[in-house]
Design a protein around this ligand. Structure first.
Ligand code: HSE
Length: 341
């Protein structure tokens, strides 16, 4: 399988690292022999139709901050769209940062990949939150696969549990803690009796929250994940504008204290049960969803199997890259099945 890797930040480099470390086993266990034929970052691209040396690419990125400086395979300033259009490959792995304003540049990357007959694996929530129903249609029209396991739950197989683990059942409702940063802040506020601002500063120091943590604390990141689950798992045609969103800025120590006296706590819950919502919500401390720190947890309410909750780390480079690898294997598996039909 030939891969174009668009975006070479934490997730992109983690994927290169996993592919290097797992190369022998993935061939042996799954007959999966990936070749990264192009990598694009902000400084340009490196292209080799025989497959790039990933160890060299990781070292070069560390040294120069871009792979475009490779003396033999480098193309400084070459645009991502030009690479996606011109390089022959089966899959584009799109791991550029999320932008919920207009989805770019990820949205254009995905559309260009589809138009040139390439499957897409992405961890970029922006294009999906803004246009997932249209993108799923476009993928079907172009007869390509679109996969995005790493967008919800990091490496925790949240989407797969619902889609494959509950195959045939009907998911009636979903609710979950979908953002690690806010869960960390709410946990610390309650545990240490510190204010929202103090907990946020702690989360920033530890590198959980961004310097501009708006996406997390205002609930936008969780809302993106709600949209993705609603479309993929429940076949709803929602986009970000359909989600009623409230973040955690106004959660006070007093409110947490009152909830605690009732045996409850307050968590930022994303929910799809009728209208999609994200809001601080009082839940029982015995609810399986009630996880602490940066953990994520999602409960699926299904018609026949009942309620199932999955818990795991919701972020991290290696974790998210492991989800990308699962998606690549899924596409490989689907392509192999198509050949048998
Ligand atoms: N910023 C997100 C979180 C991680 O805190 O959960 C990526 O989705």
């Amino acid at each position: 399988m030939r891969i174009i890797l668009v975006g070479y930040g934490v997730v992109g480099q983690s994927l290169a690292d996993i592919l290097l470390r797992r190369s022998i086993e993935t061939v042996r266990d799954y007959g999966f022999n990936p070749k990264v034929v192009a990598i694009v970052d902000r400084g340009g691209a490196a292209i080799n139709s025989k497959g790039l040396d990933l160890e060299k690419m990781l070292a070069l990125k560390k040294k120069d901050g871009t792979v475009g400086t490779d003396p033999k395979f480098g193309y400084p300033q070459m645009s991502s769209s030009a690479v996606i259009e011109s390089v022959e490959a089966e899959v584009v792995v799109e791991v550029t940062p999320t932008n919920v304003k207009n989805g770019e540049p990820g949205l254009s990357h995905i559309k260009t990949a589809f138009k040139t007959g390439k499957h897409v694996v992405t961890t970029n929530k922006g294009p999906l939150a803004l246009a997932l129903p249209a993108l799923m249609e476009l993928a079907d029209y172009n007869k390509v696969y679109l996969r995005f396991s790493g967008t919800v739950g990091g490496g925790t197989p949240v989407l797969e549990l619902a889609k494959r683990g509950l195959l045939g059942d009907k998911i009636i409702a979903i609710r979950g803690i979908l953002n690690g940063t806010t869960n960390y802040i709410l946990t610390k506020m309650e545990e240490k009796c510190i204010t929202f601002q103090q907990a946020l500063e702690e989360a920033q120091k530890l590198g959980y929250a961004e310097t501009d943590p708006t996406m997390d604390i205002d609930g936008i990141d969780a809302a993106c994940k709600v949209v993705i689950m609603a479309n993929w798992i429940m076949n709803k045609k929602f986009t970000l504008k359909d989600v009623e969103v409230q973040g955690i800025r106004d959660v006070t120590l007093q409110a947490l204290g009152k909830a605690s006296k009732r045996g409850n706590t307050i968590k930022l819950i994303g929910s799809i049960d009728g209208n999609p919502t994200v809001a601080p919500t009082e839940i029982s401390k015995h609810d399986p969803l009630c996880v602490s720190g940066v953990l994520n947890a999602v409960t699926f309410v299904s018609k026949f199997a009942g309620e199932e909750t999955i818990i795991g780390r919701g972020a991290g480079g290696m974790e998210t890259a492991s989800a990308v690898l699962r998606d690549l294997l899924d596409i490989k598996h689907n392509l192999a099945s198509e050949l048998l039909m």
